[in-house]
Ligand binder design. Sequence first.
Ligand code: AP5
Length: 216
Amino acid sequence: MKLVFLGPPGAGKGTQASQMAEQFDVMHASTGDIFRAAVAEGSDLGQTVRSYLDNGKLVPDELTSRVVREMVLERTEDYILDGFPRTLPQAQMLDEMLKERGEELDGVLFFQLGEAAAVERLTGRLVCKGCGANYHKVFMPPRKDMICDECGAELTVRSDSSEEIVRKRLEEYNEKTQPLVPYYEKRGLLRRVDASPAPETVNRETKALISEMSAG
Ligand code: AP5
């Protein structure tokens, strides 16, 4: 199964992708997570991408596509790509990479959410320092204040969660990522998910769509 999760920052792609990857036993491949891990390690990749992430800008297409090829496509056959592609050139590069391998995407799930809700979600997001699990101060609070339910480590706020940076990320999305909706829709690959209800409701809808797609 080869899926792409598309949508604005804060739509809940990461939350749903990690649950779906577990439920369908496929790799959850998030370019944002890969870049943040590289920054935390201080690797060459991390040093190159750090200022893009901190300023809410997209990492250059060639570099992002190379990372996806090496860290995802060459490692496994089943995956959910969360946050890639994010520009038309990236989508074209993904098509090329899949073609070289004689593979095709099974579908693209587009998580739809309005801007005000996206800002509310992103400015309240909490992330576990240990296992990376996602929470929200109001919508998905941890059982114990600032402590991860899963691993007990401390929760923190992502460096790109200020309202100013969130608005820049939304501008990048509107300008560069939104055109992927008609790109995939024309090819009959796009399925829409209403990302505005509670996480459990979005989870049910997402699971039903993936089951339908994998059934044929
Ligand atoms: P990335 O990490 O991919 O950020 P993003 O797409 O902006 O996505 P987010 O993780 O912010 O949102 P999400 O939709 O995954 O929502 P989430 O589930 O976390 O990218 C970060 C940066 O890396 C980019 O800015 C760029 O610099 C670089 N980058 C990454 N990929 C790139 C690419 N392909 N090309 C170039 N550069 C790239 O949920 C958000 C919050 O809402 C959480 O607090 C969660 O608990 C809560 N929540 C989730 N679902 C619900 C719900 N249904 N109801 C209420 N709250 C909810």
